[in-house]
Design a protein around this ligand. Structure first.
Ligand code: C5P
Length: 220
């Protein structure tokens, strides 16, 4: 079996994480959640008193935290300075600040280098999910997928994940974050010219997984 590198990009709430993990598990590939890395650096900044709205402060602190990602799709992990960050990176506080932190070029350079070294170490191949994987991080990926869905479908999925949250507020926060991620100067959220776009609005998760598995198998 040939090693294969799969890039899966798209806005929030399109099912990127669930799809990427399941595809990797089915095909025996490693899995990397790059959003978790940006969340981890944001969590570190917030807990170390760095003003996340000050790009210069963020830039000068960017190299301090040590972020380690575990790439088993059945049990992905993330630590910051040796501490388990899986829980704290999902708080609303981190979600509200992550776009500002991830827009800082020094942060992107460091995290992009980390992502490339993790992908290079995955001998049997890897599924890497994010916003700029196909365009910037791994432009030579064997397969690039860009997942989309209507704003309504994305907000409904996110509210389902965040139990008890308000759909309208979730929808607004999500639209704001995608707008920030799409409009930043360095490496914005974008579909690569050679990516396959999959609109998941009317598809079940298992249909999306099946679709991506088929696309990967065509490349192997
Ligand atoms: O995927 P997730 O929603 O966890 O990503 C959190 C944030 O991390 C995104 O809103 C974006 O600001 C940033 N991100 C990024 N580039 C990536 C992945 C995530 O800028 N490749």
């Amino acid at each position: 079996v040939q090693s294969v590198i799969v890039a899966i990009d798209g806005p929030s709430g399109t099912g990127k994480s669930s799809t990427s993990k399941a595809v990797a598990a089915k095909l025996g590939l490693r899995y990397l959640d790059t959003g978790a890395q940006y969340r981890a650096i944001t969590w570190w900044m917030l807990s170390h008193g760095v003003d996340t709205d000050d790009p210069a402060a963020v830039a000068s602190a960017a190299g301090k935290p040590v972020i380690v990602s575990g790439t088993d799709p059945d049990h992905p992990t993330i630590t910051v300075d040796g501490l388990d960050a899986a829980g704290p990176i999902r708080t609303q506080e981190v979600t509200a600040k992550v776009s500002a932190v991830s827009a800082v070029p020094e942060v992107r350079t460091l995290i992009t280098d980390l992502q490339r070294s993790i992908a290079a170490a995955a001998a049997d191949g890897i599924v890497v999910e994010g916003r700029d994987i196909g365009t910037t991080v791994l432009p030579d990926a064997d397969l690039k997928v860009f997942l989309t869905a209507s704003p309504e479908a994305r907000a409904a999925r996110r509210s389902g994940e965040l139990k008890g949250s308000d759909v309208t507020a979730t929808r607004e926060a999500l639209i704001r974050r995608d707008a920030a991620d799409s409009s930043r100067k360095t490496s914005p959220l974008a579909k690569a010219g050679d990516a396959v776009e999959v609109d998941t609005t009317e598809l079940s998760l298992s249909q999306v997984i099946e679709c991506v598995v088929t696309l990967v198998e065509e490349k192997r």
